[in-house]
Design a binder for this molecule. Structure first.
Ligand SMILES: [Mg+2]
Length: 416
């Protein structure tokens, strides 16, 4: 058997952890630059606050209902996510973290009362982290996803166990196909055209026929919906083959200096990610564009080859700046730029070349020191001159919560 544990309204719940006064209140979280709504507490959902809606369109409505609004605080969410995942690892030797707020746990070979074990997981996460979750348990990944949907949206105690065909078929009859893991909008439309509307209808369809009409993935889904495990745990996620850091600017800019500062900041962040997975990159992809809704739309990109495979921020920043200078066009108001590190390879298997330059040991020491200082004292404790003196992401974040878990200054105070 397999469990899928998924945090309820993850980002909104993270904000409520340190603000117990907001626990039963409507809370929402906005995307970068305070653009769109990306998380809603269940009270906000009840008020009918729409998901992924531009904030400015519903701002008045939110005020009327006294909805509490936060800017996205991804460092806080990342930290809380770590606490949740660490807690969950105690419940099974085989797990797969599926996203920032979801984890699969494999219970094979464990003798358990599944309902009870699910409740213990739920209670422990509440007790240790104050994170509300839904727990779905079933014989396959696809079914445990469906069980999780039931745990959250149907009358359950937050735990749903589908341990017999009777139970999962009961649920499948009540859910449309787009609630099935891996069935998106386009696939739904194709299956609808074949007369398949409910999860149950898909589960009962002929796998060979559906495979011919769609793909082998859907055949696998059908088998999983019938309790036959086809998708195993991915316990060791592969290192990233490409690393991208891109942002829309809080305010559009026509200044070349400012554009270079932005790209330097993104390059530094990308290089830090590259080092965290112990890799080198050999090429950079750079792009910049203006607003497509304004006249004179301009968009351009280029790829730069680095002199040797590297994870050195200084080298990556300096080439990123050279590239961005070429993309810059005087008179254009830029809205967004970004960098992608390409041709990434694992350092452990990298063959140095005696006759060509390569990354020096001194550089490694320096980068390690920078990363350690920033981990210990908070991001932006040490930055590169090219990033500018403010050292902050120049995003609109008017409603940012304190860095409760990553800055000594923001440590919550408790009065008793
Ligand atoms: Mg979730």
């Amino acid at each position: 058997m397999m469990a899928l544990v998924d945090c309820n309204s993850c980002y909104a719940s993270c904000e409520q952890i340190f603000r117990p006064d907001l626990r039963d209140k409507p809370v929402i979280v906005l995307s970068n630059n305070d653009g769109c709504i990306i998380a809603r507490s269940k009270e906000a959902k009840k008020l009918g606050v729409p998901d992924l809606q531009p904030f400015f369109k519903v701002e008045e409505q939110l005020k009327k209902h006294r909805v509490v609004v936060f800017s996205a605080n991804f460092r806080l969410y990342g930290d809380i996510s770590n606490q949740v995942m660490t807690t969950l690892r105690d419940f099974s030797p085989h797990v797969e973290q599926y996203s920032i707020d979801e984890m699969f746990l494999d219970f094979s070979g464990m003798q358990l009362d599944l309902n009870e074990y699910g409740s213990i997981i739920k209670q422990t996460l509440w007790q240790n982290v104050r994170m509300p979750v839904g727990v779905g348990i079933a014989p396959t990944k696809t079914l445990s996803k469906l069980a999780n949907h039931a745990a959250k949206n149907m009358k359950t105690s937050g735990v749903a166990v589908l341990d017999s065909p009777l139970k999962w078929q009961w649920l499948q009859k009540r859910l449309p196909i787009n609630k099935i893991w891996g069935v998106g909008k386009r696939l739904s439309q194709r299956l609808n055209a074949l007369g398949i509307h409910s999860a149950y209808q898909l589960a009962q369809a002929d796998p060979h026929f559906i495979r011919k009409q769609t793909s082998i993935n859907v055949e696998r889904t059908i088998r999983e919906l019938n309790g036959e495990a086809c998708i195993g745990l991915d316990e060791q996620p592969a290192p990233k083959k490409e690393i991208f850091v891109t942002r829309s600017f809080g305010k559009k800019t026509g200044s070349k200096e400012e554009l270079l500062r932005h790209i330097s900041r993104y390059a530094a962040a990308a290089a830090e990610k590259l080092r965290s997975q112990n890799s080198f990159c050999s090429s950079l992809y750079l792009f910049a564009f203006t607003s497509e809704f304004k006249p004179g739309f301009y968009s351009n990109s280029l790829v730069i080859k680095l002199p040797y495979p590297t994870s050195n921020s200084t080298l990556i920043i300096s080439h990123a700046k050279t590239g961005m200078s070429r993309l810059y066009q005087p008179g254009s108001l830029f809205a967004k730029c970004g960098i992608g590190l390409l041709d990434i390879r694992d350092r452990n298997f990298y063959q140095y070349d005696l006759f060509s330059p390569g990354q020096q040991a001194q550089t490694d020491d320096l980068m390690l020191m920078i990363d350690q200082v920033n981990q210990r004292y908070g991001r932006d404790s040490l930055t590169f001159g090219a990033e500018g003196l403010t050292g902050k992401w120049t995003m609109r974040q008017h409603r940012l919560s304190p860095s409760y878990t990553s800055s000594w200054l923001d440590l919550p105070r408790v009065f008793c």
